[in-house]
Ligand binder design. Sequence first.
Ligand code: PGA
Length: 241
Amino acid sequence: MRIYHAKDYADMSRKAANIVSAQVIMKPNCVLGLATGSTPIGLYKQLVEWFKKGDLDFSEVMTVNLDEYKGLSRENDQSYYYFMHQNLFDQVNIPVENTHLPNGMEPDSQKECKRYTELIQSLGGVDLQLLGIGHNGHIGFNEPGESFDKQVHCVDLTESTIEANKRFFASADDVPKQAYTMGIKTIMQAKKILIIASGEDKAEIVHKAFFGPITPQVPASVLQLHNDVTLVADEAALSSL
Ligand code: PGA
C-alpha cells in the first residue's frame, strides 16, 4: 500500500484528484468506481476545475457508484444519484448513459443486485475504485460484521446510521431503511483502489484499518489484502500512525 501524506483537506483533494486524473489520461475509456459522502467533494471540485481548464476529458469515461439508498428517487436531494449529478456528472462532459448507480427505485432487491453485479462485469470491471472510510471502518454500506464474500447486495441500515441521517430528512420515518451497495468482494475486484480520509476524527479508524488485524469487524481492513491500494490522507487523519 502506498500512503500519500497531504497537508490538509485541500491538499488531500488535489493529490487524490491527480490520481483519478492520471487514470483518465492513461486510459480515456476507463471505468471509475465512485463514492459519495463529504470527503470526496473537494476531489470532484478539483476534477471539474481541470475539466473546465481543458486538461481533462470525460467523454469516454464510464462510472459505477458504490451504493444508493433503496426507495429514494433520483430527484430526491439525498439520493446518491442527485449527489453525483450535482458534484460531478452535470459539470463535465461525461455522457449520462456512461454513468451508473444502483437503481434505488427498484423494489426487487434480488433483481437489482444481479443487474448491477452483471453491469460491472459487462464493463470489464472497475479500473480505479474511489473509497471513503466511515468512523466504524465501513466502506460503501458494508458495516462491521459484513462478510468479505459479498457482491452487490441490499443492506438494512443500522439504527445509528438512520439516526445520523435523520437530520437530512423531514422526519425519521422518511429516512431510507435499506440501501444497495457493492459488497466487499466487488470492491476487492477493482484493479486499483484509492481511499481518501481527512480530519482527526478519522485518525483512529485509519490506523486500525491499515495497521490493525484484518477482520470483518473493520471492513476497510480487507484492503490490506489488495495489491494496489493508495491511501491519500491529511496530517490529521494520519496523526495516529
Ligand atoms: P464521509 O463518509 O466522507 O462523509 O466522512 C465516509 C464514508 O462513510 O464512507
